[in-house]
Design a protein around this ligand. Structure first.
Ligand code: AMP
Ligand code: MG
Length: 341
């Protein structure tokens, strides 16, 4: 398949117009959102959605998130239990996905045969305009081949999807770079199924009884969200992550890079001058948002440089740091180590 490419930074109107046409034809188009790029199709059209599973090589038991642009659309898609209205009022549009019991309009494959559906209202202007003009919700999981790091720029989307889908809309770098926080509102007690930009503390302000699915932060536990049980966010290279005592970590990295393996480093900005090896900056160690923005694209860049091993420096913090910890846990297959004095 020839993949059409449109640059939405240079010519937003044309890019949006063609994306809408292709989506109305039942095709799959990659679109920018504020979190990561989404692989979009008509969320009410079963055969269009099945194309997403094929393109991503996504297991059929992993459901899709439906993206809407206006609140009125929500009522047709869910059986409303009145939950989450404060979250919606203050945090939508944005990087927050809510799970409700589904209405009977939703195709089975979107929910992976279950009785709940995940909904998000993205804030990215290009995504919003495409959804608005389509007049149907867009099913749009991350635009990577299953298991790989999510794409956060047009080049990374093309790496996985060129020749596989009808179109790619390039909106430049994603602002957040990490997937949405997923909150299940369908059960007895609201639960975070996937940590994201919004932390447990952020959500508690609007939903005091929300709790974290603790399996998300333990290696080897089985989480409640189907998508969280798979190997994910992982580059081809092996990954090891270190947090704790900064000087000791530097010492250890110096030891590790003496081996024959081709090793790449992801370091905080203040550590960059200490090494000469292939390395990329994670920004300010006190600002996890900077790390989130570049983490996935750096993992992909290290794969392009054909590294055998990627060593990552990390600061374990509350808030957004929890989402980063969860992604690193997966990307490294559990190889995340605390380094003490
Ligand atoms: P992605 O869009 O690729 O970032 O993946 C969507 C995430 O949302 C995956 O982790 C899915 O398992 C999760 N998800 C989507 N729909 C549901 C649902 N109905 N119940 C639980 N998790 C869901
Ligand atoms: Mg994904």
């Amino acid at each position: 398949m020839k993949t059409e490419y449109y640059n939405a930074v240079d010519n937003k109107e044309r890019a949006i117009e063609r994306a809408v046409e292709l989506l109305k034809f039942g095709e799959v188009v990659a679109i920018p959102t504020e979190t990561v790029y989404g692989l979009a199709a008509n969320g009410l059209d079963e055969s269009a959605c099945l194309k997403i599973f094929t393109a991503k090589r996504r297991p059929a038991d992993n459901p899709l998130i439906l993206h809407i642009s206006h609140l009125e659309e929500l009522t047709h898609l869910i059986q409303d239990n009145g939950r989450g209205s404060e979250l919606i009022k203050y945090l939508w549009p944005g990087p927050l996905t809510l799970i409700y019991k589904k209405s009977d309009r939703i195709p089975n494959c979107v929910c992976a045969g279950g009785d709940t559906v995940a909904i998000r209202m993205p804030s990215h202007p290009v995504a919003r305009e495409i959804i608005k003009q389509c007049k149907f919700p867009l099913a749009a999981p991350s635009a990577n081949i299953s298991g790989k790091p999510s794409p956060t720029n047009g080049k990374d989307v093309l790496e996985d999807m060129d020749g596989v889908i009808a179109g790619v809309i390039d909106g430049g770098d994603c602002n957040i770079g990490v997937e949405s926080t997923v909150v299940d509102l369908s059960g007895n007690r609201p639960k975070i199924l996937r940590p994201g930009y919004y932390s447990l503390e952020d959500l508690k302000e609007y939903l005091p009884d929300v709790e974290m699915d603790n399996a998300l932060l333990e290696p080897g536990e089985i989480p409640k969200s189907p998508g969280q049980k798979y190997r994910h966010y992982a580059p081809k290279a092996r990954v090891e992550v270190y947090f704790g005592n900064k000087d000791k970590i530097h010492q250890m990295i110096h030891e590790r890079i003496k081996s024959d393996e081709k090793t790449g480093l992801l370091l905080f900005e203040d550590s960059m001058p200490l090494f000469n090896e292939e390395r990329l900056s994670l920004g300010d160690r006190n600002n996890p948002v900077e790390m989130g923005k570049v983490l996935f694209s750096h993992l992909r860049e290290m794969d392009r440089k054909k590294m055998d091993l990627i060593l990552i420096e990390f600061e374990k913090t509350e808030g957004f740091g929890i989402a980063l910890y969860n992604r690193l846990l997966k990307a490294s297959g559990g190889n995340i180590f605390e380094v003490k004095l």
